[in-house]
Structure formats: C-alpha cells, structure tokens
Design a protein around this ligand. Structure first.
Ligand code: ADP
Ligand code: ZN
Length: 517
C-alpha cells in the first residue's frame, strides 16, 4: 500500500482513515466514507485497484470531474478512463471488458444501461471495488437527489462479491442510513470525519431584497477586494445574479457571472477566469458548484436563504480551502422562508416534498438562531461540539441583549396548546392579537380566554419570539403533509406546568432585531 502511494501519488503516509478504509476494501468489506471536502477521499478508491491489480469502477455524477481525475491519473501512470452516457465509441468499453484499466469512471446512467454481459466479462477477470462518489445523490433526503443514482442498487445483485464504497462530503444521519440501504450494503465499515472548518467565520444578517441593499453590498465588497483573494456571491435566482453582477461591474470590480441559463462556453470561460484570479468576484446561482477547488476564496456570501443546511455547508465551504481565515455571510429575507413551493417544484413524491420542507426549515432555524452557528451547523450533521460555543461566529462574538420574556412565552405556549397544537404559527399569533377572521370565528377561538391578550406586539414580533422558543427547545416544528405545524415540546410543557396566569418563572431569551421595535 505505502509503496503504491509513494509511486503513483508521491505521498509517504496515508491519512489515518484512508489506511483503514483501504484495508477494509482489500478485505472486500463495503465502506461508507463521510469526510469533509479536501480530506482525500479519492485515494480510498484509487489505491486498492493498484494494490490488487484489478479494475476499480467509480461512479461519478459529472463528466468534467471525471475528465479531470482521469487526466491527473494518467499523468501519474495509472491506466484510467471514463465512460459517459453519450459516448458511442465502444473501444473504451471493449478494452475495459478485457481488464485493461486500473480505474474506470462512469456516469450513473452508463452504469445502469451498460449490458449485463459487460459486467460478467469483467467479473471473470475481477473487479476490485465499486465506488459511488457523491453518494448523497442517491438519497431523497439528500440535497442533490438524482434519479439515476437510485437505480445503482440493481448492480449490487450482479456484482455480488465486489466491495461497494460510498463517498460523500455531506451526510446527515438520515442520508447516511439511506445511502447504505440504497446500495444494499452489508454490515459496512463507516468512516465519519469531523465537519468542523475551524478557519471559517459564520455570520447571518437579515436584509430587504433590492437595489438599496445591493448598493450597500457593493460598497462592502469594494473594501474587501483589494488583493488576490476572491469572493463568491450565491443568489437564489438568476434575476438577483444579474442585478448584482451589473452593480458590481458598474463599480469597476472585476466580476464574473455564472448561472444555468448561460451557454456552456460562456460558463466555462467565467469559471476559467475565476480560477486564474482574473476575476475577484463571482456572482452565481448554485449551478456554480461541484469541482471548484480554488484555495484562495476568502469569502462566500449568500444573497438569500439557501434551500438546506447541507447545501449551505457545501457552498460556504468553498472558501478557506487553504486553511486561512475566511468568512461566510448569509443574508436572508423573511420571504425566503415561504419559498417551499419554489423548491418543491422538483419534488415528485410525498417523501421528497417533505424532505424539501424539512431542509428549508433547518436552514431557517440557522438564520434565526441566536446561539452558536457552528454548533447548529455541526449538530445538523450529528456532530457534538463544545458547550461553550465556537468563538468564531456572529452569535459567539456579539454580546446578546436578553430580556425576561416569561409572560409572553407563557401566552404563546398556552395559546398553542389551547388551539389544539395542529396549526402553524399564524393561528396562535392571530388569536393573541385578537383577530376575528372567519377561521377564528368558525373554530370559536374568539371565545378562548387568551384571545386578544397579546395586542401590544405585532405579528412579526410574536413570530420572532416563537423562533426564539424553537431555537431554545420550548416549541417544535413538525412537517405534516406539506404544512408546518408548531407544538409545545416537553421542555415547554415543563415551563407551563410551573407557571400560572398571574405568575411565570423567569425565562430570559435573546432579543433579536425583529423584537426591538
Ligand atoms: P476529497 O475528494 O475528499 O474532496 P481529494 O481526494 O480531492 O479530497 O484530496 C484533497 C487533497 O488532499 C488533494 O490535493 C490530495 O492530493 C491530497 N491528499 C490526499 N491524500 C493525501 C495524503 N495521504 N497525503 C498528502 N496529501 C493527500
Ligand atoms: Zn459560535
């Protein structure tokens, strides 16, 4: 193993987990590798084929990524090739069938469509492993579900004695389990690394979409782009991309643009200029994604709330690859949270729709949190971190104003319970504000003793309080069908049980900007 590492890759030692994973693959054990980007996952499937002298199959979602990897491997003397779905030339396939490659990449479509005879021929010679890169694409719970990935399970029944290896940089517990199940892994070895990117600062601000804010952003960025460092600005719509691009250009900043509606050539050119440091800023949709391995991105700005924390982690993670301190700012507008329909457009099944809603809710919780952002982000990936907070996020660095909101919390929680706990936030808030809407009159909620007791605060104030209570575990959100309902958690019930209408135990909560006026 070590001599192969030295000979082909020029490194003298394996990273700890690489060695173990490779050994397990050599023992023909299925493996799931969940490691942050840049941790060296590729070596896990590139080394075993060279050790045993049998072809390794690697499924990867993007032709451009495969081309890059194949080129680099060839330069190192590894016999590597790729099979795309559109390839009509069968010579690569023939050579592959004869076991002439150490590593053969293919798209998931190709892997499913290639005739069974291909696999049986190759099996006669021997297959060292079947690796699935970006394995989260297989899960409906993942942030990048691809239907073609779903069919890879068919191959498990053909490649009986071949170790399956799933690799991903981002997976929650749920996705992890789904990947193992979908690939029909048998008692796999699971390697999970830390997701903590300690050199990244995380911060969130709320904003109002529009030119006024963009002008402010342009001024900030003009101050920032002085040296060779670059910035990526991610927008949720092409319209936003174009507007920000234009404003930065007018300010004389070297800026590029990248989105799905540009033709291939224009996109590649943008990408190329950015990688070569000829552009300081890239304004893009998330189409500007996989395969950006640029060390000196110093700042990633999100103009609008992303659709999930998985995608936020991945997109923001494109800065600070070189380990130098870098910043991730997320700007959100309240209206971003009502975008479930927009994202649900791609969802086909009930499960997928629910996954979209839950992902968006997690992103929303991140935006509205008043506790350590890093802890929240890492917690989402099942990673525990120090109780004290990271000291490198906006919430850890700004001292928060807190206020005893026990009476208000009592009213809201009691109201949620009184109206049966099956509504979203609007209903209890409207009741507290004394609304006499048809819905309220029909349900006779105007007769509740709490009706109208919270008139002194605006709807938004109450919603901001609700998010504090969610963030601190007093309330919970649940997705039922395609609706989000709010209910009181056991922690909330405990608070209620020790409270009376005329007395509540103190409950100090952070006062966010939305609760100030
Ligand atoms: P990932 O797929 O996890 O994002 P890569 O496989 O692209 O990561 O590897 C990231 C970088 O780390 C590459 O430049 C790679 O050459 C380097 N690398 C991987 N393994 C080792 C090792 N054992 N020693 C030194 N560098 C390594
Ligand atoms: Zn923190």
């Amino acid at each position: 193993m070590e001599s192969i590492l030295k000979k082909y890759f020029g490194y003298s030692t394996f990273r700890d987990y690489q060695k173990t994973v490779i050994e397990k693959i050599l023992e023909k054990k299925d493996c799931l590798v969940v490691m942050a980007t840049g941790s060296g996952k590729s070596l896990c499937y590139q080394v075993p084929p060279l050790v045993v002298g049998r072809t390794g199959i690697v499924v990867s979602p993007l032709i451009s990524l495969m081309q890059d990897q194949v080129m680099t491997l060839k330069q190192r003397g590894v016999r590597a090739e790729y099979l795309g779905s559109a390839q009509t030339d069968t010579s690569v396939q023939k050579k592959a069938e004869n076991g002439q490659f150490d590593i053969l990449y293919m798209t998931p479509e190709k892997a499913c469509l290639i005739p069974t005879s291909f696999w049986s021929n190759l099996l006669k010679i021997g297959i060292s492993l079947f690796a699935v890169d970006e394995a989260h694409c297989i899960s409906e719970w993942g942030h990048d579900f691809r239907v073609e990935y779903k069919q890879l399970d068919k191959l498990r029944d053909i490649l009986l004695d071949v170790p399956f290896v799933g690799l991903t940089a981002t997976a929650t517990e749920k996705v992890r389990i789904d990947v193992m199940r979908s690939l029909k892994m048998k008692d796999p070895y699971v390697a999970v690394g830390s997701f903590d990117r300690t050199n990244l600062f995380y911060g969130v601000k709320s904003f109002n979409r529009g030119q006024l804010f963009i002008d402010e952003l342009v001024r900030e960025i003009s101050k920032f782009v002085t040296g060779v460092d670059s910035t990526i600005i991610y927008c949720t719509t092409i319209k936003d991309v174009e507007q920000i691009f234009k404003s930065l250009q007018e300010a004389g900043i070297k800026v590029g643009i990248y989105h799905g509606q540009m033709d291939n050539k224009a996109r590649q050119e943008s990408h190329r200029l950015f990688i070569r440091d000829e552009l300081h800023v890239m304004v893009a949709t998330i189409a500007f994604g996989m395969g950006i391995d640029k060390p000196n991105v110093r700042q990633v700005i999100h103009y609008g709330c992303p659709k999930s924390l998985e995608s936020y982690y991945q997109e923001s993670g494109r800065c600070g690859r070189d380990g130098i301190a870098s910043v991730c700012w997320l700007y959100y507008a309240r209206s971003d949270f009502a975008k479930a329909d927009f994202y649900c457009g791609e969802a086909q099944t009930e499960n997928q729709r629910r996954a979209v809603m839950e992902s968006l809710m997690a992103a929303q919780r991140y935006c509205l949190a008043t506790t350590c952002r890093r802890q929240l982000l890492l917690g989402h990936f099942g990673e525990k971190s120090s109780a004290a907070g990271c000291g490198n996020c906006d919430n850890c660095l700004t001292s928060k104003k807190e206020r005893d909101l026990s009476r208000e919390a009592f009213l809201l929680m009691a109201c949620i319970i009184s109206c049966g706990g099956k509504w979203g936030l609007n209903m209890p808030v409207d009741i507290l504000r004394g609304s006499r809407s048809k819905k309220i009159l029909n349900a006779e909620f105007d007769k509740l003793p709490l009706h109208g007791l919270g008139k002194e605060y605006s709807s938004n104030w109450w919603k901001a309080l609700a998010h504090q209570l969610i963030s601190n575990g007093y309330l919970m959100e649940t997705v039922v069908d395609v609706y989000v309902t709010v209910s009181v958690s056991s922690k909330g019930k405990q608070f209620l049980s020790s409270a009376r209408p005329d007395y509540q135990p103190p409950l100090f909560l952070p006062v966010t900007s939305e609760m100030e006026d």
